[in-house]
Write a protein that binds this ligand. Structure first.
Ligand SMILES: Nc1ncnc2c1ncn2[C@@H]1O[C@H](COP(=O)(O)OP(=O)(O)OP(=O)(O)O)[C@@H](O)[C@H]1O
Length: 262
């Protein structure tokens, strides 16, 4: 197993944010974490990536307690891409990708192997070559998000964690982003855990969905099992129509005007 969470709970003061989450993520799987605003998705991601400690329960990464890894050792296994992506700084695209190699530097600040060919090939894949000397301040939000993905790719992680990675992207780049992650997953057998608000993209790319509701696991399974009208209606308080995607059969959630519920 890539990642196993048992009895995972988190409280901030008296507020219980997550309760008794159980999760087993196998190598090479793509999990989508879905759920309403405030249901605990980001908190769960922080616990699963070792950024935050649980109040109760445990997270085991590759059969070892996640808290027992050094920061650098953890960064060689897990890469996290935040919703905001990268801040617009004065660094160039190429420099940012080079920084992604930080976990592989020795105490002299050098790498044992030259990372330039890897960085070049990732820039090629992400269509970043032509803008490699541009500064992040000179890029659009969508371009910066591609650089952010490039930075985690050069890290060559086994586990990729994405927190609402497509929020600021137009539909072209949303789809392209998901396709790139998928292509990468198939080529390198990485495991992906992503928070996604877009249920229709989640249904097409994820093998498994975990539904959070008020800090508890409210459902788990394939998109077909989880994305049903009754279920979405209860969790998200809307009355949708769920139809089959005409090309690939994935469940697709259509919202109808004036159909929210209290
Ligand atoms: N550091 C904190 N201190 C206190 N409460 C927190 C803290 N972080 C999160 N919370 C609370 O925990 C709950 C879950 O927050 P979280 O950000 O995990 O939800 P989410 O599902 O990611 O939400 P969204 O979809 O809105 O991003 C919320 O009620 C939030 O106010």
């Amino acid at each position: 197993m890539m990642l196993v969470a048992q009895g995972l709970s988190k409280a901030y003061g008296r507020t219980q944010v997550l309760s008794e989450v159980e999760l087993r993520v196998g190598k090479g799987e793509w999990w989508g974490i879905i759920g309403p605003n405030g249901s605990g998705k980001s908190t769960l991601m922080q616990l699963l990536s070792g950024v935050e400690r649980p109040s109760k329960g445990s997270v085991r990464l590759l059969d070892r307690e996640i808290g027992s890894y050094s920061r650098k050792a953890l960064a060689r296994i897990v890469a996290v891409l935040q919703q905001e992506g990268l801040d617009p700084t004065d660094f160039t695209v190429r420099e940012v990708l080079e920084m992604g190699r930080y976990p592989f530097l020795n105490w002299l600040g050098r790498e044992e192997q030259d990372a330039a060919p890897l960085i070049d090939s990732i820039m090629e894949k992400l269509e970043l070559r032509d803008i490699q000397e541009r500064r992040l301040t000179e890029l659009s939000g969508g371009q910066r998000q591609r650089v952010a993905l490039g930075k985690v790719m050069v890290q060559e992680p086994s586990l990729l964690m994405l927190d609402e990675p497509t929020t600021y992207l137009d539909i072209h780049y949303q789809l392209q982003f998901m396709e790139m992650v998928d292509a990468w997953r198939q080529a390198s057998e990485i495991t992906v855990i992503s928070v996604l608000h877009d249920l229709n993209l989640a249904a097409q790319f994820c093998d498994k969905l975990l539904v959070l509701h008020e800090g508890r696991v409210a459902g788990m399974g394939s998109p077909e099992e989880v994305l049903t009208e009754a279920y979405i209606s209860r969790i998200f308080r809307v009355m949708p129509s769920v139809v089959k995607h005409p090309e690939n059969g994935a469940p697709q959630v259509l919202l109808t005007a004036n159909r929210t519920r209290k």
